[in-house]
Write a protein that binds this ligand. Structure first.
Ligand SMILES: NC(=O)c1ccc[n+]([C@@H]2O[C@H](COP(=O)([O-])OP(=O)(O)OC[C@H]3O[C@@H](n4cnc5c(N)ncnc54)[C@H](OP(=O)(O)O)[C@@H]3O)[C@@H](O)[C@H]2O)c1
Length: 420
């Protein structure tokens, strides 16, 4: 039986999951793949794990993995940007295969690796939606298809926070704190709640689904920290959940991608994906609408996707670089031409005629209202809450800047898109 020698970089959450799976299933995996798998070297900042049973050498020097001619595959699980970028790049130049879970490096630097790949393969299934085999799904399983849209909940932290706000009626701040206490959010949660992590993942899905270069800078990103528990309650009264979405849509020869919180009707499965779960809905021409869901993070769940990439390399399946680059001549644009219905909340002084003034200002700007109600609050205040009919972002922007001038409006107008 042939063998594959593995060099593992990192000994954190995912790497430990990988070692655990390896310890439990090494023989079964070797049998399934017809290839003996050996971890021969581990490099990390510190040796937090006993590697004796593994028979692997430990080093604090990442470049020792690249320099070791016995190593066939480097599994990069150190995270972060610069060191991981250098490691992946050096490994590919040495014709080693690379498996990584690093969405940031792939989304921001993926294009630069193309020229560095010769006989090595670069695989990154674990970088998007943890355990869910979405990249194999869209890149291989659905290769016959063109994609109309991909709509995902791919950041567990944001989904946990919005789900908790919905379930407990808790504020954004309380829910973030709870997520941090439970280990679902980092001490610095910016990447998650500002939509950056989801934008990395969306960049990767967009590149694979549409055969385009990685275009992280074209993804418009809106975070979730402006969503209030009142918005969640009002949306629920109108039949919607608020979900942290990552959406790429094709329209003719253009594709546009955006990460944003949106109202999702309760009868769509996406609205029922709660807590730290991830889900991705794919619309395609032949296979129709497919729905993938599962754990988007976690030690063993993420390591399961790492092992799957290793399996592909062992079987030598697929091209060196998953379906990428120049497959189609599409233009990646910004989604500023998009039209969608919007949820709007106006916090106002509850004066006679204000309801009519707001609704007529909208109507004069050509924005028509699908549903509207007024909630009277204490202290002579009220919230006027509505869902508009579909309108362009530009028309809504213009209208809201006019309406925002009304002296009775107390706070910035809340505006959340409705998923169409
Ligand atoms: N955790 C998840 O559920 C999950 C899910 C999907 C994808 N991912 C991705 O998987 C990757 C790994 O995540 P993780 O959660 O396992 O990270 P982690 O727990 O922070 O582990 C990182 C490991 O790499 C080591 N390390 C970091 N920088 C290093 C450097 N410059 N040189 C040598 N060693 C270095 C760390 O050592 P020390 O601890 O000794 O500093 C640690 O052992 C990241 O790209 C992440 O985005 C994670």
């Amino acid at each position: 039986m042939e063998s594959i020698n593995i060099g593992l970089a990192g000994l954190g959450t995912v790497a430990q999951g990988f070692i655990e799976i390896f310890g439990q299933k090494k023989q079964a995996l070797s049998d399934k793949l017809g290839m003996e798998l050996k971890i021969v070297k581990v490099a990390s900042r510190s040796q937090k794990v006993d590697l004796e049973g593994l028979g692997a050498v430990f080093s604090t020097d990442l470049s020792s993995l690249v320099e070791d001619s016995a190593i066939d595959v480097i599994i990069e699980l150190i995270g972060g940007e610069q060191d991981a970028l250098e490691l992946i790049s050096a490994a590919l130049k040495q014709n080693k295969h690379v498996v990584t879970a690093n969405k940031e490096v792939i989304a921001k630097h993926g294009n630069s690796f193309k020229g560095e790949i010769d006989s090595g393969q670069l695989r990154f299934e674990a970088a998007v939606a943890g355990a869910i085999p979405i990249l194999q799904g869209i890149g291989v399983g659905m290769v016959a298809n063109d994609f109309g849209s991909i709509t995902g909940i791919v950041n567990g932290t944001s989904n946990y926070i919005l789900s908790n706000m919905s379930r407990e009626g808790a504020s954004f701040e309380e829910s973030l704190k709870q997520a941090q206490e439970l280990g679902f959010a980092e001490a610095d949660p910016g990447f998650d709640i500002d939509g950056i992590d989801a934008a990395h993942k969306l960049t990767i899905m967009m590149a694979l689904a549409y055969g385009q270069p990685f275009s992280f800078d074209k993804v418009i990103t809106e975070g979730i920290s402006h969503i209030t528990s009142s918005d969640i309650q009002y949306a629920s009264e109108m039949g919607f959940a608020i979900k942290p979405l990552a959406v790429v849509r094709r329209s003719g020869d253009e594709i546009a991608a955006m990460v944003y919180p949106a109202l999702v009707e309760f009868d769509r499965i996406l609205s029922q994906v709660n807590g730290v779960m991830n889900a991705i809905e794919v619309e395609s021409d032949y296979a129709g609408r497919l729905f993938f869901s599962g754990p988007g993070a976690g030690s063993l769940a993420t390591a399961s996707a790492v092992v799957s990439d290793l399996g592909l390399i062992a079987r030598n399946q697929g091209s060196a670089y998953p379906r990428l680059m120049g497959m189609e001549k599409l233009r990646i644009t910004y989604p500023d031409q998009s039209t969608s219905s919007c949820y709007l909340r106006f916090d106002v002084v509850d004066e006679k005629g204000i309801f009519a003034r707001i609704t007529s200002a909208l109507s004069e700007s050509g924005i028509s209202i699908d549903e509207v109600f007024q909630k009277n609050l204490d202290g002579g205040r009220a919230s006027i809450v509505m869902i508009t009919h579909p309108a362009s972002d530009k028309d809504i922007d213009n209208c809201l800047s006019n309406v925002g001038e009304l002296s009775e409006i107390l706070k910035p107008i809340q505006r959340i898109r409705v998923l169409s």
